[in-house]
Design a protein around this ligand. Sequence first.
Ligand code: SIN
Length: 294
Amino acid sequence: MPLNVTPSGQACGVTITGVDLRSMTDEVVSEIRQAWLDHKVLSFPNQELTDNDLEFFTRRFGPFGVDPYFAGIDGHPNIAAISRTAHETSALFAENWHTDWSFQEFPPDGTCLYGKVIPPAGGDTLFADQQAALAAMPVDLRARIENLVAIHSARGGYAPDGSYGDDDADDRSMQIRPSVEAYAIQTHPLVRIHPETNAETLYSALGYIIGIVGVNDDEAFNLLRELMTWQTRDEFQYRHVWQPKMLVMWDNRCLLHRATGGYDGHDRLLHRLTIGYNADVRGGVLDDERTATV
Ligand code: SIN
């Protein structure tokens, strides 16, 4: 049976029905993979999935990613609970635009997030299409970012003095494990070619990006702030509204995303897995070698 694919009508994102994610044929996996590449964010409502099913689904699209700074849930080291309790006072998790783990040498290709407890309102996830943002970018801004290499780090969030570090609120329900390893840096070009679609795209944003190679900090931050304003314009966004039992799968190689609040007084719980950097789809060429030229 062909997948039933309904576009969001926004910059990216589709809803897919007509499939049981627990029993996908190879053909269905290929169709879902193509839809993922075409639409960047896939939502599958009404999927009754156990943690084992989530692991099985994720592994159909690549290896598990390496997820630092989170403790996995019991018995499932590759599943993190993205949780917030009704009266938690900690700052909202992941409220800044980011691309998952862009501070790694080999960041995850994708992320899967499954809604378990969803508040009646609020808690949407926002996505920003970085292929669209680059395609529509003014020539002047494009010229200023061309060939720049960004410096990424997890320090702002996960170092002992980061937002989720030693001074974080005592009542954070998420099992975050800050570490001095978060001070490490990793470079990636700002503009790259997607390894599977060959589309040029911006990669990551201020937040995990803490500087630009060879550019002084003031100049780099001014440029990164200007870039961020462009990257997250409304016309590049998709607002995802959650339902319980909904699985969302997104492509980190061409998207930014962020969490939103607005559900104080209600619990929210999602299970998250990452699809790791998959050498099999890259033909031996690293993403950082796929830089765009105009
Ligand atoms: C995340 O960025 O991993 C979480 C997004 C969300 O909670 O909506």
